[in-house]
Design a protein around this ligand. Structure first.
Ligand code: ADP
Length: 261
């Protein structure tokens, strides 16, 4: 495909929170697509067996012959499972339900924590950004993402118990940093499903900011119906509702990600 600009150093960003339903897939899809629309070359690796970021971009998982499972366990090159140009500037390495087995099957494999890192390493230099949409657990798939990534993006939903589980997540990060990936850093903490009509949302923002400080992105992702509808049309928000609040917020986030380097 024609690349209209020189690709600099590839940044690998894992979108991670072991809680389900906090906006990992929504953020992976829409941030990756926003960067793609901004003339960046982006790869989204779907590491969640539910495959929501694959189907949310219109990929029919029933037609996917090999997925990230085969990369991790059958030595299939990542290149071979990538679906190119899913939307502007964005390629996707899809997940199917087969990936659910990987968590158990990896246990007995050699170099089991490094599988994704090796695969993603082959793609460095070909993309500006590689996003990894993580499963809702801190198991071996997530450890693979922590080892493969340069940075973490942690979505936190504006709800009760927003910070629940965060200590455990940071603990996993610390252990991987000590033993397997010393240069791992946090890219940023993202507040999702923000509702400016509720005091709860505002309280959560304050609470998360006092815990994480300047690591928190200035951009807040609002709760909007359009963001929840877009995946059923297989489109990122920048295509489904380009002028709406959701698209604007993910474009703002993309700019912040670029400026954080
Ligand atoms: P995760 O990947 O962490 O499990 P999802 O991105 O799948 O979370 O989001 C969980 C649910 O919340 C989905 O139904 C999604 O459409 C919805 N959702 C996520 N972000 C928003 C938002 N900003 N506004 C409205 N609904 C959202």
């Amino acid at each position: 495909k024609p690349v209209t600009h020189a690709i600099g150093q590839t940044k690998v960003i894992a979108v991670l929170n072991q809680k389900g339903g906090v906006g990992k897939s929504t953020t992976s899809i829409n941030l990756a697509a926003a960067l793609g629309a901004m003339n960046k070359q982006v790869l989204l690796v779907d590491l969640d067996p539910q495959g929501n970021s694959s189907s949310g971009l219109g990929i029919d998982k029933g037609l996917v012959e090999s997925c990230i499972y085969n990369v991790l366990l059958d030595d299939v090159p990542l290149q071979d499972v990538i679906i190119p140009d899913v939307c502007e500037g964005l390629d996707v390495a899809p997940a199917t339900i087969n990936l659910a087995g990987a968590e158990v099957e990896l246990v007995s494999e050699m170099a089991r924590e490094n599988r994704l890192k090796d695969a993603v390493g082959q793609m460095r230099g070909k993309y500006d950004y590689i996003f990894i949409d993580c499963p809702p657990s801190l198991g071996l798939l997530t450890v693979n993402a922590l080892v493969a990534a340069d940075k973490l993006l942690i979505p936190i939903q504006c709800e009760f118990y927003a910070l629940e589980g965060v200590t455990k997540l940071l603990d996993s990060m610390k252990r991987v940093k000590t033993r397997l990936n010393p240069s791992l850093e946090i890219s940023g903490v993202l507040l999702t499903m923000y509702d400016n009509r509720t005091t709860l949302s505002k309280q959560v923002v304050d609470e998360v900011k006092s815990y994480f400080g300047r690591t928190v992105f200035n951009t807040l992702i609002p709760r909007t119906v359009k963001l929840s509808e877009a995946p059923s049309y297989g489109m990122p928000i920048t295509e489904y509702d380009p002028r709406g609040k959701g698209a604007i917020s993910y474009i703002e986030l993309a700019k912040e990600v670029i400026s954080r380097g």
